[in-house]
Design a protein around this ligand. Structure first.
Ligand code: ADP
Ligand code: MG
Length: 459
């Protein structure tokens, strides 16, 4: 077996799911050292890279390799000197060749329990009621959601769940879908964000495919629409949501909405739609109390208990009161560091690691350092990044710098404009918004930013 070709092809496969920057950072200098008794030993250039591949990319690697070479059953990572870095183009080419060669053989793919989104329903199986912690702050929303699964389309229609960011709205919404689907295999369930719904609608109108669109959304047993506040000010989307809801509810089919605010507080929506939102059941999610936050952390720390002691969890739970996503992010950061140093964290270390998350850098970070690190990460020259070129590969890193200066250093927009040699500070506002949004939408990109922050604080 040609290990180099196999690995190149695997990298080509992996590349489909990760960004170029991450490829260059984590994969370029890797190779297959040997395959022995079904174990593939992947050589990487540093213990840091080893850590990242193990924790962040293992599933990708496993999937790609076992798909190409089913005799591989297990993967181990070792630090080793690399001789020939594999560039992107080579990887992409090798993947094509490999696929062609293999296409005549039946690949006996091993079962793979990746938590991936279901194509038909858009549901992610990781969101369940079983792993949703209930406290007084979300009791009502949880109970209403369970009631909907028990009696869909009758009792609470629509169910309208609202609450701040990172507090479990999407989790609950998806849990409703997953549970109904589990209990009634034939039920037609669809999860969609209001943004995606709107995009699909616009496309359907443009391509004159409205009957298909209506078919898709009006023949369901359960329609789950996330972040409905997005349709504020969007007339066509509002009209379509209104009629979709009417059609479904007349047939006793269930609709659930989530929103970051109550119906009354959504600006510029039609009154008839607002009254529909309020016409079923509304349930809000507040802020979790300290006990609940600790409970959530403990559950997520079950396998890493030996690394993250109770007092660290307590510190984290106290520090982040209003956002469970951030709470999880903080914990992940602690786990990554503890794994890296391979011994339990002390409270001091915990505080130090979290200082960046808590927006209180314990070390002064200069704007120059941000520019330098981002340039290096994307393999660009500082002058290039600071230029006014509109080249795509420059614009994004430039926006990331602006975002980091704002988020991590707390610089004002005008100040950032000055530092970046931009005349207009609205460019900075736009950049920060754009990056924030992409972080929310794209986990791979979010991770890239996470790596960058790490480089900024820890190296
Ligand atoms: P929202 O949609 O309200 O912004 P999410 O549903 O995406 O928030 O939740 C953010 C993260 O926090 C997810 O990983 C989710 O699984 C987790 N989470 C939120 N609430 C809970 C909870 N009560 N129990 C366990 N995990 C939770
Ligand atoms: Mg959400």
């Amino acid at each position: 077996m040609d290990l180099t070709e196999l690995w190149k092809a695997a990298l080509g496969e992996i590349r489909l799911n990760i960004s170029k920057a991450n490829y260059l950072t984590w994969f370029k200098n890797s190779f297959i050292k040997e395959i022995k008794d079904g174990v593939a030993f992947i050589g990487v250039s540093s213990s840091f890279a080893k850590e990242w591949l193990e924790n962040k990319y293992h599933k990708n690697i496993y999937q790609a390799l076992t798909n190409l070479e089913p005799t591989i059953k297990k993967i181990e990572y070792v630090v080793a000197e690399v001789s020939n870095p594999i560039n992107l183009e080579e990887a992409v080419e090798a993947r094509k060749k490999f696929k062609l060669k293999k296409s005549n053989e039946v690949i006996n793919q091993p079962m793979f329990y990746e938590m991936s989104v279901d194509q038909e329903t858009n549901l992610n199986p990781k969101y369940t009621f079983e792993n949703f912690i209930v406290g007084s702050y979300n009791e009502l929303a949880n109970a209403a959601s369970l009631a909907v699964v028990e009696n869909p389309g009758t009792k609470y229609n629509p169910l309208f769940i609202y609450g701040g960011v990172g507090l479990g709205k999407t989790h609950l919404l998806q849990a409703i879908g997953n549970k109904l689907k589990k209990e009634r295999k034939k039920a037609k369930v669809l999860y969609v964000s209001a943004e995606k719904f709107t995009e699909d609608l616009v496309r359907a109108i443009m391509e004159q495919k409205m009957s298909e669109f209506k078919n898709k959304f009006r023949n369901l047993d359960l329609l789950l629409i996330d972040d409905i506040q997005f349709i504020a000010g969007k007339d066509k989307a509002q009209e379509e949501i209104f009629h979709t809801f009417n059609t479904l509810s007349q047939k006793n089919k269930q609709v659930v909405f989530t929103s970051d605010r109550p119906p009354k507080a959504i600006p510029s929506i039609e009154e008839r739609l607002r009254s529909r939102f309020e016409g079923g059941m509304t349930a809000d999610i507040g802020y979790p109390d300290l006990e609940t936050r600790l409970a959530i952390l403990k559950i997520k720390n079950q396998e890493t208990q030996h690394l993250i002691p109770e007092e660290s969890l307590y510190f984290l739970a106290e520090a982040i009161p209003k956002n469970i996503r951030d709470l999880e992010g903080g914990l992940n950061r602690l786990i990554a560091q503890a794994r890296l140093q391979n011994k339990p964290l002390t409270l001091e270390e915990t505080k130090k690691i979290l200082s960046s998350v808590l927006n209180k850098p314990n070390e002064y970070i200069s704007p120059q350092k941000v520019i330098k690190k981002v340039s290096a990460f994307y393999d660009l020259k500082e002058e290039e990044i600071l230029s006014h070129s509109r080249k795509k590969e420059l614009v994004k890193p430039r926006q990331i710098i602006m975002y980091l200066l704002r988020e991590e250093l707390g610089y004002s927009f005008t100040n950032i404009a000055e530092k970046m040699g931009q005349r207009d500070h609205t460019t900075i506002i736009h950049a920060c918004k754009k990056i924030t949004k992409e972080i929310e939408k794209n986990p791979v990109f979010a991770q890239e930013i996470f790596v960058l922050k790490d480089l900024l604080y820890n190296k």
